[in-house]
Design a protein around this ligand. Structure first.
Ligand code: ADP
Ligand code: MG
Length: 335
């Protein structure tokens, strides 16, 4: 079985191979920590050094605006129970609320008070009681938020917004578009578990992206060949704590207030829009296999790779040609 340490490494290997082959393209890479995760941006082509720096700055800017805490726009709204936002934030909120509606609330940016109660923002983890959770669920619900002319208001005091399930995807897409407009035709954006590809590799071939095993951080369930799409994975294995031998992860089922327990270990979404890919990876993880497949079938405008608790890897037909499964995994194609 093919073993490579981390997604980070495979990217390193690809980049090294390319320079080793004597690719004449100029390139530059920025490694930094933002949005609570390690990021790496590699840009190929003229102006790569300056553009890499601008890309990093853009991500820092977005992080400040969207953070749930602090004096950014969302943090301020959460603290004051509403307020005004910029046009950019209004647009993202409208998109996020639309995705909440479209996923039947499986993705819900008003999950904020519940995520806070579990300690996922502060790192002071705890298991809230049943009655605490059912009270907090009264403070959630995307339909209780209105955004009109830049004015955000909540129907119930104590509500708040968490863009943690869409922010990285949005940031990746913004940087992608910024680089594209600057004339770049090859770049690799790795924002934690989110990958955003601009074009193909500098030699014109497709990027090869490893889809990490949710149970073994040193293995891949397979390799996906792709260009100019976002590839976003959500899984219960990324961020969690344990108490009394039970594992509690950070993707909450808005219907119960508990970590989603849908029979899936991870969901990878492949989509030409990064923000949508990010929101859908969270939503389909909450939905579970059956609902995820019908959600996809009714739209058929994105692709997925589901890893189930019983060891199956389920992909959409659109990925059949481009996904190479690792030994030891069973591949199924959704219909
Ligand atoms: P990650 O950010 O680790 O890549 P996700 O994209 O799945 O993973 O986002 C998870 C984050 O989104 C959580 O840390 C939390 O802040 C928030 N969140 C948790 N459950 C939901 C949900 N059902 N809908 C929207 N956001 C959620
Ligand atoms: Mg997400």
């Amino acid at each position: 079985m093919r073993k490579i340490r981390t997604a980070f490494l495979i990217v390193l290997i690809l980049v090294v191979t390319l320079t080793g082959c004597g690719a004449e393209q100029v390139s530059d890479t920025a490694d930094f920590f933002a949005m609570d995760t390690y990021m790496r941006i590699t840009v190929y082509g003229d102006g790569a050094d300056e553009l890499t720096r601008q890309a990093e700055e853009e991500i820092m800017r977005i992080e400040n605006v969207l953070s749930f805490s602090g004096d950014g726009e969302i943090g301020t709204i959460n603290e004051h129970g509403g307020g005004t936002v910029s046009e950019e934030t209004q647009e993202l909120l409208e998109r996020a609320l639309e995705l909440s509606r479209d996923t039947g609330g499986a993705f819900d940016i008003t999950i904020y008070p519940v995520v806070e109660a579990w300690g996922f923002f502060s790192g002071e983890y705890r298991v809230p009681g049943d009655s605490e959770l059912s009270d907090l669920l009264g403070l959630t619900g995307w339909e209780k938020v209105s955004v009109v002319d830049g004015q955000v208001s909540f129907q119930v005091p104590g509500m708040g917004i968490d863009l943690g399930g869409i922010g990285k995807g949005y940031a990746g897409q913004r940087v992608h578009d910024m680089l594209w407009e600057a004339g770049i035709s090859s770049a690799l954006l790795e924002l934690g578990g989110n990958v955003c590809l601009l074009g193909g590799r500098p030699d014109g071939t497709a990027w090869r992206v490893g889809i990490m095993s949710p149970t073994d951080g040193e293995e891949y369930v397979g390799i996906l060949e792709a260009r100019d799409v976002s590839i976003v994975t959500s899984g219960g294995y990324q961020r969690y704590f344990e108490e009394d031998g039970v594992r509690y992860h950070h993707i909450i089922d808005p219907a119960t207030g508990y970590p989603a327990d849908s029979g899936l270990l991870s969901v990878t979404i492949v989509c030409d829009d990064g923000a949508r890919a990010d929101a859908l990876s969270t939503a389909l993880f909450v939905m579970g296999e059956e609902e995820a497949v019908s959600y996809w079938a009714a739209r058929d405008d994105f692709d997925f790779i589901l890893v189930t608790q019983d060891g199956r890897v389920v992909i959409t037909p659109g990925l059949r040609e481009d996904f190479q499964i690792s030994e030891g995994y069973d591949l199924e194609v959704a219909a």
